[in-house]
Design a protein around this ligand. Structure first.
Ligand SMILES: [Zn+2]
Length: 338
């Protein structure tokens, strides 16, 4: 792997190999919380979000009882969160449930559509709690011993949660669509001469719907790919370029610079990063790579800058002794340093 491969970000595992040894528990935790924050809407308000915020705020040295307490409170909160998700979905599909069909007539051509709508509605309800359970598992992973394994489980868990939510939402929309098509067919079949043709139409719609579902199952490793992409993305943010000996002179750490960096980190006020660039310029900082990162105009990547706690520039200002900034790995092809 060289600098170009690193910025392409296609091989998260190889990227982790390069930096893993120099990652502190704090940085592993922050890589994990960054992946979870990226899917913030998958974490219901309350316990799970609070846990992520606390893991992040205490990433350096959480107290001994912290993980145990958080595990307990998540276990306590989870049944209600699952029940809430199930109730929300139930209200969405209520109209498509079988008991919503008035006098289901076994000879009605639309019956296969109503039956299928009912099956999808039941399936949506049955899986409604799954995204929350998977999101909770992702948060719990970050309460385990920090390291590569826990971080990967968190990153994977939240992408699995997303896949589960998409599957549930699809079941909801399929249920509602089939119910609507059933209603339409019931109307048109009322005046149709040949009820068997109408019945065949209904059966064909159900068959095609099932076929589409089967095709989607073939892409089951999508969540795994998404998790690795997220890891690669945040490695760029947490490390910068591991093949580059970024120069950072002590004189650039003026009071203005450090105060600003500390405030940005504490308040997650990453919109102030360009102001930090100006402050560094005032301190005679001439590192193009650092200034570009803060201004979101990096050269090696077209990714929109998404800063997180643990941002490599903030850490160079605030934590110059972090092992990440020690010796750099031997590159196969070295890029110009910033
Ligand atoms: Zn950053």
């Amino acid at each position: 792997m060289n600098s170009d491969d690193w910025w392409k970000g296609g091989r998260a595992d190889a990227m982790l190999d390069i930096v893993a040894e120099r990652f502190t528990p704090r940085r592993w935790r922050l890589l994990g919380t960054a992946c979870l924050r990226r899917r913030w809407d998958l974490l219901p308000e309350g316990e799970l979000r609070a846990a992520v915020e606390e893991i992040e705020a205490n990433a350096e040295a959480p107290s001994a009882s912290f993980a145990a307490n958080r595990r307990k409170s998540i276990a306590r909160a989870l049944p209600d969160l699952v029940a809430q998700a199930t109730a929300d979905t139930e209200s969405l599909v209520r109209g498509a449930a079988m008991d919503a069909v008035a006098e289901p007539n076994p000879n009605a051509p639309a019956l296969p559509l109503f039956l299928a709508a009912g099956r999808y509605a039941a399936s949506a309800e049955a899986q409604a709690g799954r995204p929350v359970e998977l999101a909770a598992a992702a948060v719990l992973a970050l309460l385990d011993e920090p390291g590569r394994d826990a971080t990967l489980r968190a990153a994977q868990g939240i992408e699995d949660a997303l896949a589960a939510r998409v599957a549930c939402a699809r079941a909801v929309s399929t249920a509602l669509r089939l119910k609507q098509q059933g209603d339409e067919l019931a109307d048109s079949a009322a005046s149709a001469k040949n009820k068997r043709i109408e019945l065949a139409k209904a059966e064909e719609i159900v068959r095609r719907t099932q076929e589409q579902d089967d095709n989607r199952l073939l892409d089951a490793d999508g969540a795994d790919r998404a998790a690795r992409k997220a890891i690669a993305r945040f490695l760029h943010e947490l490390v910068g370029d591991p093949f580059s000996d970024y120069r950072f002179e002590a004189a650039w750490r003026t009071e203005t610079v450090t105060n600003l960096a500390r405030a940005i980190e504490a308040e997650r006020a990453f919109d102030r990063m360009p102001i930090l660039a100006d402050a560094l310029l005032d301190a005679d900082c001439d590192s193009e790579a650092i200034l570009r990162h803060l201004r979101g105009t990096e050269k090696h990547t077209t990714e929109k800058a998404v800063h997180t706690r643990g941002c490599w520039v903030l850490d160079r200002i605030l934590r110059p002794d972090d092992p990440l900034f020690g010796s750099t790995p031997k590159p196969k092809r070295k890029k110009k340093s910033g």
